[in-house]
Design a binder for this molecule. Structure first.
Ligand code: CTP
Ligand code: CA
Length: 225
């Protein structure tokens, strides 16, 4: 049996999040992607629902069940994800970018399967994808915008740089240099930064961590609105 939390700090709020990897096609049968499992984003979606939010989850290809009561939109590429987010962002109060969006996509997508040639090397030209969270944060009617930063070194420095450069309201940084956390793991630890503040959320399972992060997001949202 499921018991909803007694306190629902996100009641009445619309929250959109992105999760999982994106796939950037090379040809009809091949793509470039990454190891994101989508677990953190899906845990956040479930926790946001439990805390009372009306949740829209824009997800790249992952093998996870949609959390109960969450509206899910499936996408493949970064451009698809950008289009899906932009189509629904205007009514959202909170936006959380948890997806591991591919920074670049093949410049040319071959319409037929690329054939092997006699050459030992091949070069694939890539072109930059749109930055979804930065585009959301640049909107005139900007929702409370939260980004993630997965770093293997200088976590705080890069996170603070992204907070400022992308005009985010909050950033959750995780150190992905170890295998006990982040990307494919069930556990994670986060350092959360905002203008003039910081809170460390120690190593925990992604469900517990998601609830802690959303409680913090709800507090910051209500403090600033
Ligand atoms: N992000 C996004 N769209 C992109 C790239 C990133 O929305 N095209 C979001 C991610 O979902 C995350 C945040 O931006 O919330 C930071 O992603 P990250 O990859 O750490 O930042 P980048 O600016 O891409 O910098 P780099 O990969 O060089 O560290
Ligand atoms: Ca990136």
């Amino acid at each position: 049996q499921y018991f909803a939390p007694a306190v629902q700090p996100l009641a009445g709020l619309k929250l959109m999040l992105t999760a999982g990897p994106t796939r950037e096609a090379l040809d009809p049968v091949r793509y470039i992607s990454n190891h994101s499992s989508g677990k953190m984003g899906f845990a956040l979606a479930a926790a946001a629902r439990a805390l009372g939010a009306d949740v829209t989850l824009v997800s790249g290809p992952v093998s996870l069940a949609t959390p109960a009561g969450v509206q899910r939109i499936n996408v493949e590429s970064a451009q698809n994800m950008y289009d899906a987010v932009m189509a629904g962002i205007d009514v959202q109060h909170i936006f959380i970018a948890c997806a591991a969006v591919a920074d670049y996509a093949p410049k040319i997508v071959a319409s037929h399967k690329i054939k092997k040639t006699s050459a030992d090397n091949m070069v694939v030209e890539l072109t930059k994808n749109p930055d979804i969270v930065a585009a959301v944060a640049a909107l005139q009617q900007k929702p409370f915008t939260v980004g993630f930063a997965a770093e293997t070194r200088d976590v705080e420095k890069y996170a603070l740089d992204k907070l400022k450069r992308k005009n985010l309201d909050m950033i959750a940084a995780n150190d992905v240099s170890g295998s006990d956390r982040g990307f494919n793991s069930d556990q994670n630890a986060l350092s959360v930064f905002w203008q003039g503040g910081l809170q460390h959320l120690p190593l925990a399972d992604k469900t517990g961590l998601a609830e802690q992060l959303l409680t913090l997001i709800a507090k910051r949202y209500h403090d600033t609105h």
